[in-house]
Design a protein around this ligand. Structure first.
Ligand code: GLA
Length: 385
């Protein structure tokens, strides 16, 4: 509510009238299942209580005016249908890409006055960009009462990243930001977009630890990983690595490069771990979940090579404290950013203390620790809470 008041005040200062709508879309954390989404596999994320908030009013022309309060208070504007990549305001390309995708379905869309704010740590791998895309799409949907559902919105956000921004990401981040359910994590099948909500027990805390290592080379390395996976799927004449079994991979080991083998091994085993994690999660089997999260991290480190020594170090510190009572691993795309831990609430203080003590000693860096709560996606109906 206070956030809504603040953004309303900013909006009135900028445009001298009240906003017609205020829309919010959450960021996400992924509990297990990384680099599986673009292989038609499984992921297990939750939407979290930070994200992007937008105040907006309708316009009768095709102009979109945007004040952003998080990128040095910058302003830009553009005309719908005259899209050009913005090298000065990189953040605006998420808006342009999303609106362009929306206009394929709604070509007569009119413009808007916007004020945008966000509280997601930038470059931390918590999907500030997906939350931005979903917030923009939700804003236009609400302003002009469009019949846009969450799955379609998620695909449009992904299209914005793939075609406009140039990152060949999968669907996980947009889908969870659109369709997450308060208090729940979601097992998502990225092939047909069917999902199952799984309640997070009150006794568990969802901890995110930002290594504060700036994510580097993300897009190029990310796109390269995706290409390597697609090469292996092609080798097996399959649509995606989802369709390749571990025994098929083992039998073909000699025909693949060593790197291709390891990339595919990660994806195939990570899919199995993610499905197994849902079952462990539902039956509160923490030792199994702990083991699966540990194996996921090792595989992302050794087979997929997307962790950093700082992320590995954080995982080791947390794991030593929680043992089999909790799980910890890197989360998201990797190459820096955050680790996620699912731990008994009673251990939060001990873990926090040890991370604050040991991480600076070992790496000369300070970690930021957030205890977050699973929140509602931008397109998930309120009555479903
Ligand atoms: C990024 C991408 C997602 C997904 C993760 C890794 O967050 O945007 O689509 O591939 O990396 O799981």
């Amino acid at each position: 509510m206070t956030q809504d008041k603040q953004i309303s005040t900013l909006f009135k200062q900028r445009y001298q009238h009240e906003p017609d709508v205020i829309c919010h879309a959450p960021a996400r954390v992924n509990i297990i299942g990384d680099h599986t989404d673009y292989n038609d596999g499984f992921v297990f994320p939750a939407a979290i209580d930070c994200g992007t908030t937008i105040a907006a009013s309708k316009r009768n022309d095709q102009l979109v005016k945007v004040y952003s309060h998080d990128f040095g208070q910058s302003y830009t504007e553009f005309v719908l249908n005259q899209f050009s990549f913005d090298t000065e305001h990189m953040w605006c390309n998420y808006i342009k890409g999303s609106v362009q995708a929306l206009m394929e379905k709604y070509p007569n869309l009119r413009g808007a006055n916007l004020v945008v704010t966000g509280d997601v740590a930038q470059g931390a791998g918590l999907s500030s960009s997906a939350s931005f895309e979903m917030a923009i799409l939700k804003t236009f949907t609400s302003l002009y009462q469009l019949a846009l559902d969450g799955k379609t919105a998620a695909k449009m956000g992904q299209q914005a990243e793939n075609d406009y921004v140039g990152c060949n990401c999968g669907i996980m981040d947009q889908l969870i930001s659109a369709m997450g359910k308060k208090g729940h994590a979601m097992l998502l099948d990225c092939r047909d977009l069917s999902f199952e909500d799984a309640p997070i027990s009150d006794e568990l805390s969802l901890m995110i630890i930002n290594s504060n290592v700036k994510r580097g080379l993300v897009d190029s390395e990310y796109n390269l990983r995706r290409e390597q996976c697609e090469q292996v799927a092609k080798h097996f004449n399959c649509k995606a690595l989802r369709d390749v079994t571990l025994s098929q991979l083992e039998s073909a080991k000699g025909q693949l490069s060593e790197v291709q083998y390891r990339r595919a091994k990660h994806v195939i085993t990570e899919n199995a771990r993610t499905v197994a994690a849902l079952n462990a999660f539902k039956s509160s089997d923490m030792p199994t979940l702990s083991q699966l999260m540990a194996e996921s991290h090792q595989s992302l480190r050794d087979n997929f090579e997307v962790t950093t020594k700082e992320m590995d170090g954080l995982v080791a510190i947390v794991s030593e404290q929680v043992g089999t009572e909790g799980g910890v691993r890197m989360t998201g795309g990797g190459f820096g950013g955050c680790v996620v831990a699912l731990i008994p609430t009673k251990l939060v203080d001990t873990v926090t203390k040890q991370v604050k003590l040991q991480y600076p000693q070992q790496f000369g860096l300070t970690a930021d620790i957030y205890i977050c709560h699973a929140s509602q996606g931008a397109f998930r109906h309120v009555e479903e809470v």
